[in-house]
Design a protein around this ligand. Sequence first.
Ligand code: FES
Length: 104
Amino acid sequence: IQVTVIDREGVEHVLEAPTDMNMNIMELCKSYELPVLGTCGGMAMCASCQIYVENDKVSLERNDDEQAMLDEAWYVEDNSRLGCQIHLAPEHDGLVVRLAPSDD
Ligand code: FES
């Protein structure tokens, strides 16, 4: 599938993403060397993988751990999700996300 990631400079990156590896969006971004830290390794405990969902290719519904983390995070918008909590699946083809600001 293809996933478009808009970086913090507004540049669009169209990424080829596998759906058979249980890969999440944080890992996908890192594999393309986009500036996503993923400090906690995908445990929903750091929010460094926060992204904004820019179209309807993924649900805005957050899981409980994700919601708890976003309750404490900065720059949270209605369309915020944690990239590590979105596992790439066929229905995500055409997804567009934008990286949230980073303090680093
Ligand atoms: Fe830490 Fe996603 S990598 S919350």
